[in-house]
Design a protein around this ligand. Structure first.
Ligand SMILES: *Cc1c(COP(=O)(O)O)cnc(C)c1O
Length: 380
């Protein structure tokens, strides 16, 4: 590395800085689990389950091993059959389509909205066929998809809705009638991930499912644990997907900070927005007025500029920048099908070529933000 590299320690995500602020509490909580030796399904898991239910205002939280498992378990519990079609967005992380494929369901990709990057409602309507059984909206980068419209469409067509809330835990969605609900608690099932870099991250893998449906909650709870409703009675095929007690203990320390973490991310986003208003080549994030944005990512659209040169320029200044996501799902080798035509996904195609995400986490200080924004301005 060049000796000119400024030692500003700017990272995409600063897990260490966040940990240092709650270190004593986290360390004690972890040691407590070790001391108790209740590593699996211990009291910490039950307590976290209750606390998350309370926070989200949802009847049931079912912890599980990770966010990808959560999506798979949701699809299993809804009784979908091989060949059933599941609609999701073309512009997202591959976990969603992966589990659809694993269960021999048929993924149907829909283009996204050019402003919010979330599933496009008109395209969603067009994608519904007699075989469609479920919709998986992904609340991308931290804000909710248009849940009002999605729930209406689902009702009209008798479809299940599984909300992938891995990037938006803590965000609120407001319906036309004024009701506000946490994302993930609106559809039939919600899923999330506690991967370390998510807005509510643990110190390893973790995930959870949410539902307000008592029957579904029972089924989800059985599937996560080998399909057991009663110990050693396996009524259906399940999986082994558990949140371990050490992760639950860490999450119990962090959950009370989640709103403050979200607020800090929003402040960072505002700082960036203000700094970039006059740069014509940059389009700052557009916020859906029905949803709060918890900025899992701060993602800009770049116009008339070579994105890779900007990324290289920032890298030389010690500023990481990432592309989420460079390739549309419909073009991924594992999922490619002849009926997927690029021209059906113009927005996703454009976004994959033009987005760039800047450092976004709870520990960015004013000096770092000033340095990042001035460096970006210097480039333009
Ligand atoms: C991270 C993520 C997942 C997967 O979560 P894991 O815990 O890593 O399995 C699923 N969907 C989205 C949108 C994600 O960002």
């Amino acid at each position: 590395m060049s000796g000119k590299m400024p030692n500003n320690n700017i990272q995409m995500v600063d897990l260490k800085g966040q940990y240092n602020k709650i270190k004593e509490e986290v360390d004690a909580a972890i040691l407590n689990v070790i001391d108790s030796t209740e590593f699996i399904n211990g009291p910490e898991v039950i307590a976290f389950q209750d606390e998350l239910q309370e926070y989200l205002g949802v009847k049931h939280v079912i912890p599980c091993g990770n966010g990808t498992d959560a999506l798979q378990i949701a699809l299993m519990a809804l009784g979908l059959k091989p060949g059933d079609e599941v609609i999701t967005a073309d512009f997202t992380f591959a976990a969603t389509v992966e589990v659809i494929g694993l269960l021999n369901l048929v993924p149907v990709f829909v283009d996204v909205d050019k402003d919010t990057f979330n599933i496009n409602i008109e395209e969603l309507k067009k994608a519904i066929t007699p075989k469609t059984k479920a919709i998986i909206p992904v609340h991308l980068f931290g804000q909710s998809a248009n849940m009002e419209a999605i729930m209406e469409i689902a009702k009209e067509n008798n479809l299940f809705v599984i909300e992938d809330t891995a990037q938006a835990i803590g965000s609120d969605y407001t319906f036309l009638d004024g009701r506000t609900q946490k994302t993930g608690t609106i559809g039939h099932v919600g899923t999330t991930s506690f991967f370390p870099s998510k807005n509510l991250g643990c110190f390893g893998d973790g995930g959870a499912l949410f539902t307000n449906d008592d029957e579904l909650a029972k089924r989800l709870g059985a599937i996560v644990n080998h399909g057991m409703y009663k110990r050693y009675y396996h009524d259906e095929i399940g999986v082994n997907s558990r949140l371990d007690s050490i992760q639950a203990a860490v999450l119990r320390v962090k959950l009370p900070h989640l709103d403050e973490y979200c607020a800090t991310r929003q402040l960072v986003a505002t700082y960036y927005n203000d700094a970039f208003t006059d740069i014509k080549q940059l389009e700052t994030p557009v916020i859906n007025e029905k949803s709060t944005h918890v900025f899992h990512q701060y993602t800009l659209k770049i116009k008339n500029t070579d994105r890779s040169k900007l990324i290289e320029f920032l890298k030389e200044k010690g500023i990481p920048a990432m592309i989420y996501y460079p390739i549309p799902l419909h073009q991924q080798k594992a999922y490619i099908r002849s009926e997927f035509k690029d021209e059906n996904y113009p927005i996703t195609m454009e976004l994959c070529k033009s987005v760039i995400s800047l450092p976004m986490h709870t520990e960015l200080d004013e000096n770092q933000l000033k340095y990042i924004t001035e460096s970006v301005k210097e480039y333009f």
